[in-house]
Design a protein around this ligand. Structure first.
Ligand code: ADP
Length: 622
């Protein structure tokens, strides 16, 4: 996923920014329009005041006609009121259209996470890219949102420049009164061209220097990545999830000592060095050059007025207008610079959002069969997790008979969970194929294919919704059926103690009176959720690991009733709990080394099953 970094030229940054703008325009056109109108309006309004104030001062210093003074003052008041009303109305209009924009962006990324292939969600590269994006958002805000600001800034800088030029032309073309020596210099075209050049340079240079200083951030991004990833992992969510373990084993020490050694967290970081050195100096130089500009404007305008080119009213107009002109030019250069910096950050966002779904998306519908005759076959399936060298599964051949109860046993790491993940098509086999009723499962519509499975994974998660909604995975549900499933899963008695029955919220994330269920209770709810889905296949990965012996016994004793006519696959390393299954498949180092009934397998004294069985039996006997 990592690609070599291309240099960010102006051309590329324009292309990327307009690509991003097109993207947000399609999704949120009103955000683009309102921001643009707001920026252009704000860029032009100051000139109204500058122009009218100059008229007023000119009149005060010249004719002093009361009627004219009152008229001008009246226009100033009226225009100020109008401008601020319109301005507030535009602000409100824009705020209205952008209130939920941050949430929309969050959802956009969250939805992408749900749409992408699971194999990508699970990959370290994707996790790296995601933490890079979060780092960027922490530093400077959402790049796709910022592009709207920078492009609006560029456009409104132009309108601002246009307004200022209209009010400034007179400064350069008005002639001084004849006869003064200084006037001859001030009116000379060569002098004026030289002055404009110096003014332009001293206007354009500071934002260029500031932007140059800003680029140190994007240069630092790579180095800061690990530090930020570490920081987010430990000091945001994960630290809370692991709060108990951290206390128990005083892991605070290891977290801190690793953190202390990450250079991006210390004053020895490259960023700290840059801030002390070139980055800091660039900011200083930018301020100094800005000062030169101010001095020049005041000198030139005052000298020209002194030499009789215009009256006192124009002095204020020209000084304000030239300062605004310089402000707009600065904003333009600054916005172009920000656009370039931001463009570097747009790339990773697009890389994330454009991540293709490489898994083949089939379109065949899965036949709906009342008799649940769905036959699955693994044909010589081997699998390696992406980025690993060793095979987690090797040449697995297996056929499920409809309605059978299959137990999958084996030691930790022998490939049992991987086998189920392939069956559910979270990953595709590296070699071989998996067939549903004789057709490769890749050819089926993925959502339909998933519908034939109810799985309780070992690391299942429940949600902070109500109990009923958790079981039904829906807002609306059939209460009777939910209750029946909970009872079947052994949650019946506990359900009676739930303060609001099925409406009781799980966990306290959203409801203060939410109930924190125990690990075993959660496992029962997860089992009820699988039963409610009522799919032709039910797969349970260590479904009783968190249950007490009595609850476990209850589940086993009615397992056949619970499963009904479904095909059940049951993963466990507790062999005694697999005896009720018709067939047992023994996994060892990623391969199926034995299959058969309990008695058949136990009869083979050299087999893995015999070894595992006796290891456990010995433990129980002793
Ligand atoms: P079991 O369920 O039998 O305990 P698993 O199927 O979980 O075993 O694991 C089989 C092998 O695959 C193990 O060696 C494990 O380390 C490896 N493995 C599991 N998940 C991943 C993953 N996401 N990425 C890389 N390797 C994995």
């Amino acid at each position: 996923m990592e690609t070599k970094k291309e240099k960010m030229t102006l051309k590329r940054s324009v292309k990327l920014s307009f690509g991003a703008l097109k993207f947000i325009w399609r999704k949120y056109p009103m955000m683009v329009i309102t921001k643009l109108v707001q920026s252009v309006f704000h860029s032009l309004t100051p000139y109204v005041n500058i122009y009218l104030s100059a008229l007023l001062i000119g009149e005060l210093a010249g004719g002093r006609s009361i009627k004219r003074l009152l008229t001008i003052a009246g226009i100033i008041v009226a225009s100020e009121v109008l401008i601020s009303l319109v301005s507030k109305a535009i602000d409100m209009w824009k705020n209205y259209h952008t209130t939920d924009i941050w949430e929309q962006y969050q959802r956009m990324y969250a939805e992408k996470f749900l749409e992408m292939d699971y194999v990508d969600v699970d990959s370290a590269e994707l996790q790296g890219l995601w933490s890079h994006i979060r780092q960027i958002r922490n530093w400077q805000g959402e790049p796709l949102m910022r592009v709207n600001d920078t492009v609006s800034d560029i456009i409104s800088s132009f309108t601002g420049i246009f307004g200022a030029v209209a009010l400034t032309v007179g400064l350069f073309i008005s002639k001084t009164s004849k006869g003064s020596l200084i006037g001859t210099y001030l009116d000379s075209p060569i002098f004026i061209v030289a002055l404009i050049t110096v003014m332009l340079v001293s206007t354009v240079l500071p934002p260029i220097l500031d932007t140059k200083a800003q680029t140190y951030r994007s240069r630092y991004a790579e180095e800061a990545k690990f530090g930020n990833r570490y920081f987010m992992f430990y000091f945001h969510g994960s630290k809370l999830e692991r709060a108990v373990d951290i206390r128990m084993y005083e892991q605070e020490n290891i977290i801190s000592s690793v953190a202390d050694k990450i250079p991006s967290f210390t004053t020895t970081s490259q960023m700290a060095k840059w801030s002390r050195g070139p980055k800091g100096l660039l900011h200083v130089a930018a301020s100094a050059v800005s000062g030169i500009f101010t001095v020049l404007v005041y000198l030139f305008v005052c000298l020209k007025a002194y030499a009789g080119a215009f009256g006192i009213g124009q002095v204020t107009q020209y000084i304000s207008a030239v300062s605004s002109l310089s402000g707009s030019v600065k904003r333009l250069v600054g916005a172009v610079g920000s656009m370039k910096v931001n463009a570097e950050f747009i790339e990773p966002c697009f890389k994330f959002l454009d991540l293709p779904n490489n898994m083949y998306q089939g379109s065949l519908t899965v036949e709906k069969r009342r008799d649940r005759k769905y036959e699955i076959e693994f044909r010589n399936v081997s699998f390696r997790y992406p980025g690993t060298e060793t095979y987690a599964l090797r040449h697995v051949n297996m056929k499920f008979t409809v309605g059978e109860r299959l137990a999958v046993v084996g030691m930790n790491g022998s490939g049992k969970t991987t086998f189920i993940k392939l069956l559910c098509r979270l990953y595709d086999p590296t070699e071989g194929e998996i067939l549903l009723n004789g057709i490769n499962i890749r050819k089926y519509d993925y959502a339909e294919y998933m519908n034939i499975f109810s799985v309780v994974f070992q690391d299942f998660k429940l949600f902070a919704f109500s109990l009923g909604q958790n079981v039904a995975t829906n807002v609306e549900y059939d209460s009777e059926r939910v209750t029946a499933c909970l009872k079947e899963a052994g949650f019946g008695e506990r359900l009676e103690t739930m303060p609001n029955g099925l409406d009781t919220a799980l966990y306290k994330h959203f409801e203060e009176d939410g109930v924190d269920v125990s690990g075993g209770e959660a496992q029962k709810i997860a089992l009820a959720r699988a039963l409610y889905k009522d799919s032709p296949f039910i797969i349970l990965d260590e479904p009783t690991a968190a249950l007490d012996p009595i609850a476990e016994y209850e589940i086993y004793s009615k397992f056949n009733d619970i499963v009904g006519d479904k095909t059940a696959i049951y993963i466990s390393h507790r062999l005694s709990s697999c005896r009720f299954c018709n067939r047992i498949a023994v996994f060892d180092s990623g391969s199926v080394v034995q299959t058969g009934s309990h008695d058949e397998l136990l009869a083979d004294e050299n087999g893995k099953y015999h070894e595992l069985w006796h290891a456990q039996a010995q433990y129980y006997n002793n």
